[in-house]
Ligand binder design. Structure first.
Ligand code: PA5
Ligand code: MN
Length: 194
């Protein structure tokens, strides 16, 4: 089957971690309102007039049809809201039978993964690490370092994103700094979020 799209050459800027060509989306704290556990900390930062960029996504091609791959890079900035490290919103793929691959480019990250039945995993990702996200596993990326965290991703183009489940129930684990250490702890509000 020959598709309408011709073969593509894409380059990766090795200092900015931006694919060329690509379109960028910046996710600011306001966009993540309700995702960080410490809602009071979120509120007070926003109230003070600050709205830091938490992460940026650079996507290229963005085909939607079955058979294609979507690909891009994500840069999660360093920082914390309350005790919780900056992270992506996290999502399940709307089409459950779709998978994803990440390649760590720079920085220190943790990937929180969880299944619909409540199983959870946490995998470290730094430069050169490849993470395979099997079908059915929700995923969120957390920057636990002092520098930016950058990674490349690719997934089936028709996978779609289900953010709603995460917004409603949260992730079962939180990645926080306590006593000067990175800790993965249970989320007391998991499933009970309103
Ligand atoms: O599809 C993915 O898993 C990534 O491309 C993410 O979309 C990206 O890292 C941003 O995270 P999120 O979509 O959870 O906001
Ligand atoms: Mn995904």
């Amino acid at each position: 089957m020959e598709t309408a799209m011709k073969p593509q050459h894409i380059s990766l800027d090795l200092s900015k971690w931006v694919l060329l060509p690509s379109t960028s989306t910046k996710r600011k704290l306001r966009d993540l309102n309700g995702f960080f556990a410490d809602t009071q900390a979120t509120k007070s930062i926003l109230k003070s007039g600050q709205d830091p960029i938490i992460y940026e996504v650079y996507e290229c091609l963005q085909p939607q049809e079955v058979g294609h791959l979507n690909l891009g890079t994500t840069i999660v900035h360093p920082g914390k809201i309350g005790e919780e490290f900056y992270m992506t919103k996290g999502h399940f793929h709307a089409k459950e039978a779709s998978s994803e691959v990440y390649l760590g480019l720079e920085g220190e990250g943790l990937i929180l993964l969880q299944s619909r039945t409540g199983n959870s995993e946490c995998l470290a990702m730094s430069q050169g690490d490849v993470i395979y996200v099997p079908p059915g596993w929700g995923h969120r990326t957390v920057n636990v370092g002092a520098e930016r965290l950058a990674f490349f991703f690719t997934y089936q183009a028709d996978a779609g994103h289900d953010y709603e489940s995460v917004q409603k129930r949260g992730f079962s684990k939180l990645v926080v700094e306590r006593h000067g250490r990175v800790q993965v702890v249970g989320n007391p509000r998991f499933m009970t979020k309103t």
